[in-house]
Design a protein around this ligand. Structure first.
Ligand SMILES: *Cc1c(COP(=O)(O)O)cnc(C)c1O
Length: 478
């Protein structure tokens, strides 16, 4: 309830500090997703820039030429990094999802203009493509056609070629994919798109601000950007390896003409002529300003230096993971995103053991694995993690752990909806168990829950459960 009278400032701030006590501890490098941290100096500048433009609104660039300039320069800087050669055009968005939504919308609108015979547009998505594409399919009525990936978890061009129909308007590749951190064979995918004279989007949300520097450091990185003929759009998040404030991503098109299909304008509103380049109306000036500030502060040399540290840290992680018997990194990721799996031990239980030691790693499926996004902050927590990883692997081999461990956890996560608040895991477990015929006892630890979710007879049931869970997030708290 809205308090009838306002509360004192101190009380409010104290309540907020108290509320964050149970949040994951990203400040000490204990989280491997969600937060990207390039250190105090960068954070301080981003905050100052954000605050400076706290009130400004990117909706109307004529009112704020400052924001217009920042956005234009950010888009040009990122285009320059990714082979845009002064020809690419784009916009800043609130994040990777919005950038991807815009790319799919633009592809649909491009097809309406250039392929008017297509009634039901389709896009081909390698199975590992980010769910934001499925969200776009859901929002915009574009049919998503999923293709299997190869054994190395990269998109399979042959499968993509087979999946293309006369209705296909867009082929998608990732550089790299989120689940396994591997770069799809973009040149092959883009070539298929070129042959069919359709569009090709590269999802470089996580890689766009990292791979160019990784390549310059001498690591092998296959071509993935506008230097590849046939690539027509690229999404790049600045709030990931760009180390900008949250709410900052870029959607780029090879040409202004392609970007035109993304834009919206109406001239009939009594409120005046209204035009907006992206999904959102009001756009927070702070996010645009902070991104501009951080890009200028770090420059090429700064990003190169940080990428160097991240890649060295990544190599340490790889070595430490392979040093634990049974554990392995899936495939051979080009940068600092990877999945850990095990040949012999239940990997979700290792995840539970790590969680009990304060580490936050997302669970993945098909096959079961734990996810790591290594960034600058992990250089300091790496050694501690390696010890805990070895201990965790050891712990799941102790007989009888299932019982002893059951009181340790349940604050873990669901494979599908990340980061569960305390108590929700057990709620979900209860619901899932109710759905299971035969009704075994309720598993307490998330590993058991994952195992069980994987065996649910009907994936549709699982989806309904997850929607229940989403609803519960905005239910009033006990
Ligand atoms: C993070 C990510 C996205 C989605 O970005 P959000 O900023 O979370 O909306 C899309 N694709 C890839 C590969 C990503 O890593």
């Amino acid at each position: 309830m809205l308090p009838p009278n306002g509360l004192p400032r101190e009380e409010i701030l104290a309540a907020m500090q108290a509320a964050r006590q149970r949040d994951v501890d990203w400040q000490h490098g204990k989280v491997f997703s969600l937060v990207f941290d390039a250190g105090d100096e960068v954070n301080a500048l981003a905050k100052e820039a954000y605050t400076l433009f706290f009130s400004e609104n990117g909706l109307n660039p004529t009112a704020f030429p400052s924001l217009r300039r920042f956005e234009t320069e950010v888009v040009a800087m990122v285009g320059g990094l990714l082979g845009g050669q002064g020809q690419s055009a784009g916009n800043m968005t609130s994040g990777g999802t919005e950038s991807i939504l815009m790319a799919v919308l633009a592809a649909r609108e491009w097809a309406r203009a250039h392929r008017p015979q297509i009634r039901q547009p389709e896009m081909v998505l390698p199975r590992t493509a980010h769910p934001a594409f499925d969200k776009a399919a859901h929002y915009f009525g574009v049919k998503a056609v999923h293709t299997p990936v190869r054994e190395d978890f990269r998109a399979d061009p042959a499968a993509v070629r087979r999946a293309v129909t006369p209705n296909t308007v867009l082929i998608v590749g990732s550089a790299p994919s989120y689940p396994h951190g591997v770069v799809d064979p973009i040149a092959d995918l883009a070539q298929i798109a070129q042959e069919r004279e359709i569009l090709c989007h590269v999802d470089a949300c996580v890689g766009g601000m990292m791979l160019p520097f990784v390549r310059r450091l001498g690591y092998p990185v296959p071509p993935f950007d506008f230097s590849v003929p046939g690539v027509t759009s690229i999404s790049v998040d600045l709030h990931k390896y760009g180390y900008a404030a949250k709410g900052a991503s870029v959607i780029l098109y090879r040409s202004k003409a392609l970007r035109r299909h993304q834009l919206f304008a109406t001239t009939e509103w009594p409120g005046g002529i209204y035009a907006s380049p992206t999904m959102t109306g009001t756009r927070p000036g702070g996010a645009i300003a902070a991104a501009w500030a951080v890009l200028n502060f770090l420059g090429e040399a700064g990003y190169l230096r940080i990428a160097d540290v991240v890649m060295r840290t990544t190599q340490q992680f790889r070595d430490a993971i392979h040093a634990v018997a049974g554990l392995k990194v899936l495939s051979n990721p080009e940068m600092s995103v990877m999945a850990i799996a095990s040949d012999r031990d239940p990997i979700y239980e290792i995840g539970d053991e790590l969680a009990a030691r304060g580490w936050h790693l997302d669970r993945q499926q098909f096959p079961p694995s734990l996810h790591l996004t290594i960034n600058y902050v992990h250089r300091d927590s790496a050694q501690r993690f390696f010890l805990d990883l070895a201990q965790s692997a050891q712990a799941v081999r102790r007989p009888g752990l299932g019982k002893a461990g059951s009181r340790l956890l349940p604050a873990a996560a669901a494979a599908v909806v990340k980061a569960l608040p305390e108590g929700v895991a057990s709620w979900l477990t209860g619901r899932a168990a109710a759905l299971l015929k035969g009704g075994e006892g309720l598993p307490q630890r998330s590993a058991a829950m994952y195992g069980m979710m994987g065996t649910l007879p009907n994936r549709g049931d699982l989806r309904e459960l997850v929607l229940d869970l989403l609803e519960s997030f905005t239910d009033p708290q006990r």
